[in-house]
Design a protein around this ligand. Structure first.
Ligand code: HEM
Length: 306
């Protein structure tokens, strides 16, 4: 076995390095300095725990939302296409089927049906236990995810240009940004993995994951807003207004700012930054939960049983 490639070797070396540093501090620093170091470590233990738990809560809430989305798409689009054909898809979305537009209809079908497969596969990539124990699976699943996410994004951009959708140009541009981000992040995630820069790979992979889930975030935030504030700030005639704009920014841009923030927090681990990011993640998780309830009760379930 090549020892240098064994992760436990690196881990134990890292731990060994840390121990050495503490011993060094013990001998060279004055006692108050050592005490200060130890107490700041103890102080950051609780924020670190809160940070770890908030990441788990965010991920589990998202996983439940993804599962529900997949069930809705499979039961709605999937089953309807088998029983009644693609033309019945207009029950779910006015722009889903246009008679005579074979290319557009195929693009819509590719867009929605591949989303069902992509949605779940992506989350498996983020689970450390799976990533570390089943590396070959991680590699192949990652390639499939990249392929699906890029194909879905290209089909989505085709649909928005050829068929249009609700909202104004700014909303379309923000959704388009998410599609471009999927392609850019895929490129850099693969490049970093090939050059074995795994820290950079992880960061780009997270950008990719969040960009590919932007459309789900949009739905969750929108329904969370509707549940709490109703149609405040939304022009229901043409689906524009400050609320729609804020929700698009929150779904398509802010996640990428959060990736950078997470990276900073992980690197510096100051208590204030750990608490700030944990509160943000918990607030997002709560919005996801409320939004999911609204989506299932007010949109997905009635759409499927109608
Ligand atoms: C890569 C992640 C994406 C996923 C998983 C995804 C998923 C979906 C799903 C499931 C639908 C059906 C909606 C429903 O019935 O509720 C849909 C519709 C649509 N998507 Fe996407 N999408 C993605 C990206 C994009 C992008 C980047 C664009 C355009 C720039 C786009 C444009 C559209 C359009 C125009 C529709 C038609 C329905 C509408 O008017 O909203 N999608 N998408």
């Amino acid at each position: 076995m090549n020892v240098s490639k064994n992760k436990y070797f690196w881990y134990s070396n890292f731990e060994f390095g840390k121990t050495l540093r503490l011993i060094y501090l013990g001998y060279s620093a004055s006692k108050p300095k050592l005490e200060k170091t130890m107490s700041s470590r103890l102080q950051s233990a609780l924020p670190l725990k809160i940070f770890t738990s908030s990441q788990k809560i965010w991920f589990i809430t998202l996983l439940i939302a993804q599962l529900s989305f997949v069930v809705y798409l499979s039961a709605g689009y999937g089953l309807t296409s088998l029983s009644e054909g693609l033309s019945a898809w207009t029950d779910f979305n006015d722009t889903a089927y246009v008679s005579g537009d074979t290319l557009g209809n195929s693009m819509y079908a590719v867009h929605v049906l591949l989303a069902i497969v992509m949605m779940m596969g992506g989350s498996l990539q983020l689970i450390p236990a799976l990533r570390n124990r089943f590396r070959t699976f991680h590699r192949y699943n990652g390639r499939v995810f990249v392929l699906l996410a890029c194909t879905i994004s290209i089909a989505g951009m085709y649909l928005i240009i050829s068929r249009g959708t609700v909202g104004n140009t700014l909303l379309h541009a923000l959704t388009g940004f998410s599609g471009v981000m999927v392609i850019v992040a895929s490129f850099f995630a693969i490049k970093a993995a090939r050059s074995k820069r795994f820290d950079l790979h992880q960061r780009w992979a997270l950008h990719l994951f969040l960009a590919a889930n932007g459309v789900l975030f949009f739905r969750l935030f929108l329904f969370a807003w509707l549940m709490i504030f109703g149609t405040l700030g939304i022009n229901t005639e043409n689906f524009t207004g400050p609320t729609v704009l804020c929700i698009s920014v929150l779904s398509y841009l802010i996640p990428h700012v959060l990736v950078q923030a997470l990276w900073y927090v992980n690197k510096h681990r100051q208590s204030w930054s750990l608490i700030s990011i944990s509160s943000t993640l918990l607030l997002i998780s709560a919005s996801f939960a409320v939004g999911l309830l609204g989506l299932v009760v007010g949109n997905w379930y009635p759409n499927v049983i109608a």
